[in-house]
Design a protein around this ligand. Structure first.
Ligand code: FE2
Ligand code: FE2
Length: 179
């Protein structure tokens, strides 16, 4: 089964994050560091926004089916991911940046049809991969912000802990589903 537009987008956001980190090595002054942190935060903002939308979509699509318990948990996760997006946006504003992100190269905004052509198990597996990529993105961001921006570091560490819980919950939910 090929990757869905949602998974491809999150992979694109991880690639963008890594590119900001590579570019930052060439411009180590304070202004460049601040620009890098804002770029990283905006990629995280995009990731969280996409995840919130997708969890919400799956929540509504599967509610009332025999997978209702997982669908309900998707609703809760949509709220948590949206909360992360809001925290990140607020931090961007505190750093005198503007929350926002380019949709260039992102393809899943309009494409939600894969939910109709995939089994629930496939979707849950993919969401678990997305959570793992999100964890990668946050670990990369934490490595960069480190002592450069303690406030951002603390905030991202808190979000990362929630993403790690999400990945664990997804693994447990997957295990409980029939193969
Ligand atoms: Fe999140
Ligand atoms: Fe998550």
């Amino acid at each position: 089964m090929p990757a869905s537009p949602f998974l491809l987008d999150v992979q694109t956001l991880r690639t963008r994050t890594r590119r900001h980190l590579e570019d930052s090595a060439a411009a180590p002054d304070m202004d460049a560091q601040r620009a890098t942190i804002l770029n990283l935060l905006n990629e995280a903002f995009a990731t969280e926004t996409l995840c919130a939308l997708r969890y919400k979509h799956y929540h509504h699509h599967f509610s009332g089916s025999d997978t209702d318990a997982i669908a309900l948990s998707f609703g809760e996760r949509a709220r948590e991911e949206q909360g992360h997006a809001d925290m990140i946006a607020q931090r961007i504003v505190e750093l005198n940046g503007a929350p926002g992100f380019s949709r260039d190269g992102l393809i899943s905004w309009e494409q939600t049809d894969e939910v109709l052509s995939r089994s629930f198990v496939e979707l849950v597996k993919e969401v678990m991969i997305v959570e793992c990529i999100t964890i990668d993105i946050y670990r990369d961001i934490i490595r960069y912000v480190s002592d450069r921006d303690r406030g951002t570091n603390l905030m991202i560490a808190g979000i990362l802990a929630v993403e790690e819980r999400h990945a664990q919950e997804m693994a447990a939910q997957l295990e409980a589903l029939p193969a």
